[in-house]
Design a protein around this ligand. Structure first.
Ligand SMILES: C[S@@+](CC[C@H](N)C(=O)[O-])C[C@H]1O[C@@H](n2cnc3c(N)ncnc32)[C@H](O)[C@@H]1O
Length: 395
């Protein structure tokens, strides 16, 4: 299947199933899909959490109720990189913590490094750039917003005798197009939303011969209504918004039990307060309350409601029965988790749709493009690598 065919098939599937994912879980007081109730009602909270952490099991669980899901595993399948993990001497890996180091090792081994000069976009301290310089890149130019990170990165590169130069720049507002040249390998690891979109635009405008990126946080620095990049995605009728783009990020590595428990309390209290507010005001709409230090969730539900009422300028009558609303919050949390479970069936599909939009955009601009995963999901769920090259035929 070509990237274009994969995109069309995913687009059609996502459109036909949009009522299951293009929604906000907090809006529902009751589970909204009767055809899925039998399956979902039988699940304990622990089973919901277990299914939620296993995408293949999630497809299996729902595909007898939503038959089109049988196609999803194949449509979301990406080739994984074959190269063995590169190891680096301690002086290169020093200061890079845990999973981040393994991500970088896998990312650099997937890149087919050579001596082409590198432009590193949204570089942070330039760990990736230092690795590519170590692997033989003739020169690395790292662009980063934060001056302190540029200074730290420059210092390490100097100490390590690596041919590397940092430029401090805001890539969304500073004039950065001149950084891109044809004879470059432009790399962007986990540059958020518009940051990687601008990267692709500048690199392809300049005819940069090699482009490699792993996108993340698709919604950041972009308008709420998704602006497609490729012609094919521009013709899609999905009309994605930030809410849908955030769904693509919801494949997480399972939280420890204590964190999951705290999160349940937080959601129950927020939904309990929402029920109380609706009862006092007569409104039917869900209204969110700002985030606050987690310490408040070790206090009482009543204390939380008093704080939230202050935020929302709501007067709570003295006669209110807090236990009734806490119970309502607990029931609605169960509904919310089950609605989210159904939405999560589609999270990877949406991410792949977004990635294919990027890949097709580069294809339309004359690049030969591949899309694959560069590491296991456990290292980072944002594990997709888009590689684009201009060959002598395509240049
Ligand atoms: C998620 S980090 C990725 C860092 C590095 N590429 C890596 O994977 O380790 C994103 C980086 O983008 C930088 N950044 C954010 N907004 C930026 C902007 N407008 N211009 C340039 N860099 C920016 C941040 O300071 C941060 O260092």
């Amino acid at each position: 299947m070509t990237l274009a065919e994969q995109f069309t098939a995913l687009d059609t599937l996502l459109f036909s199933t949009r009522r299951y994912w293009q929604c906000t879980a907090f809006d529902f007081d009751h589970f909204p899909w009767p055809e899925l109730s039998v399956a979902v009602d039988s699940l304990s909270d622990a089973q919901v959490a277990e299914l939620d952490s296993n995408q293949a099991a999630l497809y299996d669980f729902f595909d007898s109720y939503i038959p089109v899901l049988k196609q999803l595993p194949a449509l979301c399948h990406l080739e994984s990189k074959k190269a063995a993990r590169i190891t680096y001497p301690f002086w290169i890996s020093n200061g890079i913590k845990g999973r981040k180091l393994e991500q970088l090792q896998d990312f650099t081994s997937a890149l087919n490094s050579n001596d082409t000069p590198v432009l590193e976009w949204c570089a942070g301290k330039g760990h990736l750039g230092r690795m590519l310089a170590f692997n033989g890149a003739a020169h690395v130019h790292s662009i980063e917003l934060q001056q302190t990170l540029c200074e730290q990165g420059q210092k390490s590169a100097k100490q390590q005798g690596l041919a590397m130069q940092f430029s401090q720049a805001d890539v969304l507002s500073d004039p950065v197009s001149d950084f891109f040249k044809p004879q470059l390998h432009a790399v962007a690891l986990h540059a958020c939303g518009a940051l990687h979109q601008r990267f692709m635009e500048h690199a392809s405008n300049a005819g940069t011969k090699q482009i490699s990126l792993s996108p993340c946080c698709y919604h950041l620095f972009t308008p709420n209504h998704y602006q497609a990049l490729s012609m094919q995605a521009k013709n899609s009728v999905l009309a994605l918004t930030h809410r849908d783009l955030k769904l693509a990020l919801q494949e997480t590595v399972t939280a420890p039990t204590r964190v999951a428990k705290m999160r349940n309390i937080e959601v129950e209290w927020r939904l309990g307060f929402d029920a109380l507010r609706k009862s006092v005001t007569g409104s039917q709409r869900y209204v969110s309350v700002p985030s606050i230090s987690k310490a408040i969730f070790s206090d009482s539900f009543k204390a939380f409601c008093t704080w939230a009422a202050g935020e929302k300028k709501l007067e709570i009558p003295h006669s209110i029965d807090y236990s009734e609303f806490l119970l309502e919050g607990q029931m609605r949390r169960k509904v919310t988790d089950r609605v989210e479970l159904v939405r999560h069936v589609f999270r990877r599909a949406i991410e792949i749709w977004l990635v294919l939009d990027r890949a097709l955009y580069l294809q339309e601009r004359g690049y030969k493009v591949t899309v694959k995963t560069f590491c296991e999901k456990q290292l980072t769920p944002r594990n997709i690598l888009i590689q684009a090259s201009l060959t002598s035929q395509t240049a």
